[in-house]
Design a protein. Structure first.
Lengths: 336, 461, 89
């Protein structure tokens, strides 16, 4: 991969990046529980193909930072076995596109064993993978398939969108006795910010209201949250108060927060980097209609990726993805 | 609030005849409602105990608004408002002229489903609600039926022709601006104001008639803010004295001209045979049973409608739906202005004498404001007879969702060539206004010529 | 029956059909149906009422004579005197 980036040191201030926050989470987990180990393609000597695990091999040794062959089905299966045997494996899959090679293990084994064994077998496995576009990595590396995983009972699906969530998501995921998928948006790794020292854990059960507003609820997650916040800022200048809800957990969905916000604003825009047809955004819109139909003062709008394989060319890629301009336009339509 | 026909949008609850806690039986008259045209006693068709009166006396509410909640028994129970109906159900109900207030909702929480509306069709009589489960669930409001009013003071006033009295009836509501028509004509189905679910809920809560609210949303959609504004405006003093009947006619006729591509046909009917036969009959009949020419012509139209079913029915979302019987609407001008078009049921099956009796009864009661619900249900074809006003021909406006209207002028004596000889004969100009979406000129011509032929053999009517 | 009595019958009969009909300014010679906006059913009802109130038999053939207030009164007076003569004869 060409996007490998050396970790930046911040000797002079306390800013950090999404990538560093994830690494700190890994380091904390490895240090505090010796059942935890990380495995995946190039996570060791190379430091992770997006540089998340850089330096961890040196710190924790090859027993706990394990490079695997290019065989997603095999190493995810190995992770499931280790979890069944009492370990707390963290498996990294390079991108969600490649996770499809391990889909059989994830769906037919990890997600189902608890149910098929009558509760006797648990799979406390954490799988991290990169999702999303925006870095000119073309169709094989850029799709957003987390909505598919959010379809599967037996899995918890997380999508940290902020540095604080990135920092604390792993400990929360490891505390879950069942398989958890963490989707890290590729365009967020370099996002910089300051960790809130008051935050020590992430509440996986609740979506987060990232910005309050009275006129329209913008539901987003992962890489689209920052775009929604940008749009909300612009809209405020037009006198439209947009409330931005960051889903944070894609499965199970926090209906109460979503619907609660819509009950206040009476209008909703759902932003999803997945393709519109059969998407997570469709599910969210359905739930809004099911649970808050008589609160709606306008049809729900969606802003999704164009239904094409994500293009390589920069302009085309930008055009194919949800952008803040599109979110603003949708918000203006529903507010009218 | 029960609906009394396509042109009724709201009604005023003028008097409650029951109080909360009263036990009521099916068929009991529980309230008096004033519509644009008449005062009507509302009966309930559920037995139970009045839980709450939801509408205050003197309040005007849209058709479909629950007036009272009737619980299955006297014991206290949690109450729930009737769930708002969905956009689909409301559109279906409007298209099919089903009164939602009278439909029993079989969906969750008493919600009215599409099937409920479909089953409520075609007769306006609401389906009898199934036996209630008295052990579980919140009580549902029950629909109300209508029965004829026994002649209230206000009905008398409407009959008076002074006008001033009737116009200042305390229940009348000033007209608000009719919403602007933003229709682009792409949909020919009956227009319905789009409104957001929240706007509908608010409208029900605030007692605002959505049909009267100007929508500011996309495509004229009525939104919550519009309803709030309308509710605020309603509280403000209104300058003008309203003419509610005029407004009702205005709305319906505007809708007709907006939606229906009319075409018009006209023919002259020789009435010599019919009048001669009628006079002979009248000599034998007691005064109270004597016929007027209108009765013969109505019967002829009814028979013609049976023979040309393409014009006897209604235009709905899926196009023309022929009616199963001939329900002949008779346009009656009301003293003091306005129109009513009550229906003569099975007009084709009645004898001329029965048509005459029914006509007298219907006109008297229409003017007295004592129509029955069954008579206000939509006719399948309407006849307007302006001949009594002295004009020779009337080219009418079709009453939606009907597709045709027959106009009858004055019977006049005119020189006519019969069998090569010029003679003076009584003739009447019969016209047809019809909806070109539903039928073509040839079909219309068939209706008029059929009627003309029937009038040449009055003894067979 | 004199003419004024007959006119009173006519007024009563009209008021059965149109309760608040105003006779104050009514020209007895103008057509009743136009002045009072009676349609054919109203007119029939009026004739019915007039026959009942005055005890006069009125047939279909009498209708043309019943067009005005005066005409009605004249018809009633004529009928009354005819039947009186019939009795006295």
């Amino acid at each position: 991969m060409s996007t490998r980036t050396r970790p930046r040191a911040h000797p002079d201030d306390d800013t950090t990046t999404y990538r560093e926050a994830l690494r700190e989470g890994l380091r904390e987990a490895l240090a505090s529980d010796d059942r935890v180990f990380l495995m995946g393609e190039d996570v060791g000597r190379y430091g992770g193909c997006f540089g998340v695990s850089l330096g961890l091999l040196e710190e924790f040794g090859p027993e706990r930072i394990r490079d695997t062959p290019l065989s997603e089905s095999a190493f995810v299966g190995a992770g499931i076995g280790a979890a069944l045997a009492g370990m707390r494996p963290v498996v990294e899959i390079m991108t969600v596109n490649f996770s499809l090679l391990a889909l059989d293990q994830i769906l037919n084994n990890a997600a189902t064993l608890r149910h098929m064994s009558g509760g006797q077998l648990g799979v406390p496995l954490v799988i991290r993978m990169t999702t999303g576009a925006g870095r000119q990595l073309a169709a094989q590396h850029s799709h957003s398939l987390e909505g598919w995983y959010a379809h599967i009972p037996g899995l918890r699906v997380l999508a940290p969108a902020t540095i604080d969530d990135a920092r604390h998501v792993l400990s929360a995921a490891l505390a879950d006795p069942d398989p958890v998928l963490i989707f890290e948006h590729g365009s967020l790794y370099n996002a910089a910010g300051t960790l809130d020292p008051a935050v020590h854990q992430v509440d996986l059960d609740h979506a987060a209201v990232r910005r309050q507003g009275t006129d329209v609820t913008v539901v987003a997650y992962s890489g689209c949250v920052s775009k929604a916040l940008e749009a909300a800022e612009e809209l405020a200048g037009e006198g439209i108060g947009a409330e931005v809800v960051d889903l944070r957990t894609l499965r199970p969905l926090d209906d109460a927060t979503i619907v609660g916000s819509v009950r206040r604003t009476h209008r909703a825009v759902v932003v999803d980097e997945g393709w519109r047809s059969g998407s997570l955004s469709a599910e969210i819109e359905s739930r809004i209609c099911e649970q808050a139909f008589f609160e709606l003062d306008a049809p729900v709008e969606r802003v999704c990726s164009a239904e094409v394989p994500i293009p390589y060319a920069r302009r085309l890629e930008e055009a194919a993805l949800p952008q803040s301009a599109g979110i603003m336009a949708a918000a203006r339509r529903v507010v009218g | 609030m029960p609906s009394l026909g396509a042109d009724m949008d709201d009604g005023t609850l003028s008097q409650w005849l029951v109080h909360p806690g009263d036990r009521v039986a099916r068929g009991d008259v529980i309230a008096v409602v004033e519509t644009a045209k008449s005062a009507i006693e509302v009966e309930c068709f559920e037995s139970g105990t009045v839980d709450a009166l939801l509408v205050d006396e003197g309040t005007t509410v849209p058709v479909g608004t629950p007036l009272a909640r009737i619980g299955p028994s006297a014991e206290d129970r949690p109450t729930a408002d009737r769930p708002p109906s969905t956009p689909l159900v409301r559109r279906l109900a409007q298209d099919r002229h089903v009164d939602l207030a009278a439909v029993h909702g079989s969906g969750p929480g008493g919600r009215i489903t599409r099937a409920d509306v479909e089953h409520a069709e075609p007769e306006l009589e609401p389906a009898r609600a199934p036996e209630r489960d008295t052990t579980a669930g919140p009580s549902e409001p029950t629909g109300t039926g209508i029965r004829r009013q026994q002649g209230t003071e206000s009905a008398r006033r409407r009959r008076s022709r002074g006008g001033a009295e009737a116009k200042t009836a305390p229940t009348a509501r000033p007209p608000r601006p009719v919403r602007s028509d933003d229709s682009t004509g792409q949909r020919q189905a009956p227009q319905r104001a789009k409104s957001s679910p929240l706007a509908r809920r608010l409208a029900a809560e605030l007692g605002v008639d959505l049909g009267e609210v100007t929508g500011t949303g996309r495509g004229g959609t009525v939104r919550a803010q519009d309803v709030r504004s309308a509710a605020a405006a309603e509280g403000a003093p209104q300058p003008a004295v309203p003419d509610v009947a005029r407004a009702a006619t205005a709305r319906l006729m505007s809708r007709s001209k907006r939606e229906i591509p009319h075409f018009y046909l006209s023919t002259t009917v020789d009435m010599a045979a019919a009048l001669e036969w009628m006079r002979a009959r009248n000599r034998e009949l007691p005064l109270s049973a004597r016929l007027v020419p209108a009765a013969l012509m109505l019967k002829a139209v009814a028979l013609a409608a049976r023979k040309v079913p393409e014009l006897n029915g209604h235009w709905g979302v899926s196009g023309f739906v022929p009616a199963e019987e001939v329900r002949l609407g008779v346009a009656v001008s009301l003293r003091g202005g306005g129109l009513a078009a009550p229906a003569l049921a099975h007009a084709d099956a009645l004898s001329v004498a029965e048509v005459m009796a029914a006509l007298k009864d219907l006109v008297a009661r229409a003017r007295g404001g004592r129509l029955r619900a069954s008579e206000t249900a939509d006719p399948s074809l309407t006849v307007t007879n302006l001949g009594d006003q002295g004009v020779e021909a009337v080219f009418g406006v079709v009453y939606p969702p009907q597709v045709a209207l027959v106009g009858l002028g004055r019977i006049v004596e005119r020189p006519v060539a019969v069998n090569g000889l010029l003679g003076v004969r009584p003739v009447v100009t019969a016209t047809l206004s019809a909806d070109h979406r539903a039928a073509d000129g040839a079909t219309g011509a068939r209706l008029l010529t059929t009627m003309e032929k029937l009038l040449q053999r009055p003894e067979e009517l | 029956m004199n003419h004024d009595q007959a006119k009173a019958f006519v007024r009563q009969a009209v008021q059965r059909v149109v309760p608040d009909a105003d006779f104050a300014g009514l020209d007895p010679g103008v057509p009743l149906r136009d002045a009072l906006e009676l349609d054919s059913l109203d007119f029939l009802e009026f004739v019915e009422a007039l026959a009942e109130l005055s005890g006069t038999e009125l047939t279909e053939d009498d209708h043309p004579a019943l067009g005005t207030w005066d005409g009605c009164a004249a018809r009633l007076v004529a009928e009354a005197s005819a039947s009186a003569q019939g009795r006295s004869a």
